[in-house]
Design a protein around this ligand. Structure first.
Ligand SMILES: [Zn+2]
Length: 220
């Protein structure tokens, strides 16, 4: 039974040209919202056929490719090799731009525990704990991410059915409970490096992520 989520509405929308360090460029329609449940400043980026000023009827009839992506300052801004968030987001933007859809940028750093706590958890991992054990040792849950605001943003955008770009079965389950119909789950590639191999293996084992080696990125 789907839980009713509080209603949010679109506050502003503006076009932002994007250019990544590897030269890839596209345009995004960036949406902000009023009424998001946790009061934080989450964004939706409309890409591909959803990047226009007004979405065409053909686009609004199709099921958009959607990725709820949780903020990772260290990985996305500084290129940290401890995780794969930077390459994951870069891949997601291009694939969504090709298919038409939305990247939901969620301000929940470090699986929801925050930036400082994430760095504390890294220190514990250097002492031998895995990424989930480290969160527990700090008094947090293994994974505190919550997709209520993702469902709110989708509702505000008029989207009730999505193709979900994610390897995380928990995202699909949470969105279903929040009234978003996931028509299919589309895996992302695995962005493997020497520094994140252990992290990715732990995610696959503990978080039940579907990491298919066939999707290993040639850039990795
Ligand atoms: Zn990260």
């Amino acid at each position: 039974m789907a839980r009713r989520v509080p209603e949010a509405e679109i506050r502003t929308q503006v076009t932002v040209p994007l250019s990544f360090v590897d030269g890839y460029q596209t345009r995004a329609r960036v949406f902000t919202f009023d009424g998001l449940a946790d009061g934080r400043e989450h964004l939706a980026l409309g890409l591909g056929d959803r990047a226009g000023l007004s979405t065409s009827r053909a686009a609004s009839a199709s099921v958009p490719l959607v990725r709820p992506h949780s903020e990772c300052l260290t990985g996305e801004v500084f290129g940290s090799q401890r995780c794969d968030c930077g390459p994951q987001m870069r891949e997601a933007v291009e694939r969504i731009a090709e298919a038409g859809g939305y990247l939901l940028y969620l301000r929940q750093e470090g699986r929801g525990i925050g930036l400082y706590a994430k760095l504390d958890a890294y220190a514990l991992q250097d002492a031998g704990l895995d990424t989930y054990e480290a969160n527990l040792a700090l008094g947090h849950a293994e994974d505190e991410r919550d997709y209520t605001v993702a469902a709110q943003m989708l509702h505000a955008l008029g989207v009730s059915r999505v193709a979900l770009l994610s390897n995380n079965p928990d995202k699909a389950a949470q969105l279903c409970r929040l009234g978003v119909h996931v028509t299919q789950r589309v895996p992302t590639r695995v962005h493997l490096s020497a520094a994140n191999a252990h992290y990715l293996a732990t995610k696959a084992r503990r978080g039940a992520h579907t990491l298919d080696v066939a999707y290993v990125s040639p850039r990795s």
